[in-house]
Design a protein around this ligand. Structure first.
Ligand code: 0X9
Ligand code: ZN
Length: 312
């Protein structure tokens, strides 16, 4: 079992995914989507109480750890694995849905935040430009092919919001893209776990306009936020739900929740999980809060799944 009293290394999380797949072969299937830039496995779990491949149920996709320094993200995804595979208290979620849970999309960056720079955000690729060897890394949440590198991004490899030399330059981002396309007609809900700010954001995040699903996105978002806010344990701000630009306060193109929505995922959200401090320190959430965050985030996931499933 993965401990939740502290943040876990990428190696521990990888070992946990292997272990769950080995212990629960009827319910969890390990997928290795290839290697990161530095050669780490890009592993995720497909979870199904029946047979994922019979394609009979809607799919829910949750990813975490695309931004390396947002450490509170991966444990919310590994906790969902625990609640869907090891310790099932909401069996309807398995009866109704198949799940794809990808806790650390950017293992190189995540690793780097443990060894070198706690505030690293990007991938660690070095083939981006002449500057690449001086300034490695691409912002994975600017690298999707959705109005790529048009707003809230940078073409400077040294910038934290560097969009990459082209859309989908990053193998880690391509791994998520491929998941979305492989299961597309079935994907009801896509959540990307980030921090911080206690916000649930929905498209469009590049221009602030609303999508064709402008009537569907708010209720599912609000259902998730209500479920979290109702758990009054939190020292964190109440969750706010809304359009990414409006709530976040800036436009940014090439993000995963916009891309997923643009290809047809009806319910697509970025979670900004809680943080307590401002500025960079907001990414540093004391380990004693991990449990609280997974507890409340799980309530949000449960509520979002049920509500999205009802409408989907
Ligand atoms: O800027 C981001 O990538 C996200 N915030 S973070 O502080 N975690 O980096 C927000 C993304 C919001 N979604 C879109 N702009 N589409
Ligand atoms: Zn982020």
């Amino acid at each position: 079992r993965l401990p939740y009293d502290n943040y876990q290394t990428w190696e521990a999380i990888e070992a946990y995914l292997d272990d769950v797949a080995r212990r629960f072969p009827n319910r969890a299937t390990l997928v290795n989507a290839g290697q990161s830039f530095e050669g780490r496995n890009l592993k995720y779990l497909k979870i199904s109480s029946t047979n994922f491949e019979d394609k009979s149920k809607p799919v829910i996709v949750i990813d975490g750890g695309i931004h390396a320094r947002e450490w509170i993200s991966p444990p919310t995804v590994t906790w969902a694995i625990r609640k869907l595979v090891e310790d099932v208290t909401e069996p309807d979620l398995l009866d109704r849905f198949d799940w794809i849970l990808f806790p650390v999309v950017n293992p190189d960056g995540y690793r780097f935040t443990f060894t070198n720079n706690r505030f690293w955000r990007k991938t660690r690729s070095t083939d981006q430009s002449a500057l690449g060897s001086i300034c490695p890394g691409v912002d994975g949440n600017r690298n999707y092919d959705f109005f790529w590198n048009t707003v809230g991004t940078s073409s400077n490899a040294c910038a934290d919001t560097f969009a990459g030399r082209r859309a989908f330059s990053e193998v880690e981002v391509r791994a998520v893209r491929d998941i979305l396309h492989e299961h597309l007609p079935r994907i009801a809900l896509y959540l990307s776990m980030h921090s911080f700010g206690s916000m649930i954001l929905y498209p469009w995040g590049h221009d602030g306009f609303l999508s064709n699903n402008a009537l569907g996105l708010p209720p599912v978002g609000i259902a998730m936020a209500d479920a979290i806010n109702s758990k009054a344990l939190s020292p964190f701000p109440r969750y706010v739900v809304g359009n990414s630009v409006l709530v976040m306060g800036y436009a940014a193109s090439g993000a995963s929740e916009d891309y997923a929505h643009s290809i047809g995922v009806p319910f697509s959200y970025t979670y900004e999980l809680p943080g307590l401090n401002s500025g960079m320190q907001g990414f540093v959430l004391e380990p004693r809060y991990i449990q609280q965050v997974w507890e409340e985030t799980w309530l949000g996931i449960v509520a979002g799944a049920r509500r999205a499933g009802d409408i989907f």
